[in-house]
Design a protein around this ligand. Structure first.
Ligand code: UDP
Length: 245
């Protein structure tokens, strides 16, 4: 879908809007109606977080692979470089997105970064940005937004229709920090065994309050399963499992 959309330059086609969903996001969507509507209207929701894969397996007996924001950042940049499409890095602390851009440009031959910008507040609208940033944003095919959930998805939903040349827009959380080295991503062992959240909690203990949502999410899924309530998979959702079925 990403390849196809990036090769389509027809004017008026809306950008692909990708959300990488984890259990914290799922719980937020229960208590935050506008955010839930955003998740229901996005183009692709991926299973970021082992909790989502577990829930899909538990409820629908389907195995979905994890697709995280951090992995998507590098892969989408590679596709962009191959197709000569420019990218814009929006969000993160001052200097972090610029450093991540420098590193990725060195790592991925042909990658063109149209611009980077760290807004003062996560709710800065497109109109309030410096005019040079507005122009750079307007010229980019792909916009990566790192404001943390749900701010990044709300920013995207508010502003993506103003970006007339944008073909793909995605919220990527702390991914610029991982590339720039301002935060360390969990080692492969943790990622492989679905323990990335444990590592992040160890590195950033202030996340404990957010992490309380994990058992709440698990409880929701277990109760749903125990109640034998069948929640049909909406026709608009294409649950692709590991064998492509
Ligand atoms: N961030 C930001 N403005 C804010 C809050 C967060 O730019 O008001 C950035 C933060 O610097 C980080 C990114 O958003 O680069 C993701 O933050 P977090 O670790 O909360 O996201 P997660 O990876 O958990 O989705």
């Amino acid at each position: 879908m990403v390849n196809e959309r990036l090769q389509n330059s027809d004017v008026g086609v809306p950008p692909l809007f990708i959300v990488t969903v984890n259990p914290e996001i799922a719980i937020q969507s229960i208590i935050d109606n506008p955010f839930r509507e955003i998740l229901q209207s996005s183009s692709i929701n991926t299973a970021d977080g082992v909790g989502i894969s577990w829930a899909v397996k538990h409820l629908y007996n389907k195995s979905v692979d994890r697709i995280t924001g951090s992995d998507s950042l590098g892969k989408i940049c590679e596709v962009c470089a191959g197709l000569d499409q420019s990218v814009f890095f929006y969000g993160a602390a001052p200097g972090v997105a610029a450093k991540a851009a420098d590193i990725l440009v060195k790592r991925i031959p042909g990658l063109h970064v149209a611009g980077v910008y760290s807004p003062e507040t996560p709710d800065s609208n497109y109109e309030s940005l410096p005019s040079s940033t507005q122009e750079e944003l307007l010229s980019a095919s792909v916009v990566f937004v790192a404001l943390g959930a749900p701010s990044q998805e709300k920013w995207i939903s508010e502003n993506m229709h103003k970006l007339s040349r944008c073909k793909l827009i995605i919220g990527i959380g702390g991914s610029f920090d991982f590339i720039a080295g301002s935060k360390k991503r969990a080692p492969i062992f943790y990622q492989k065994f679905g323990l990335e959240w444990v590592y992040r909690l160890y590195k950033e203990p202030a996340r404990w309050r957010r992490m309380l949502r994990l058992p709440l999410f698990a409880l929701n899924i277990l109760l749903l399963k125990a109640s034998k309530t069948t929640i049909p998979i909406p026709e608009t959702i294409n649950l692709v499992d590991k064998d492509g079925a």
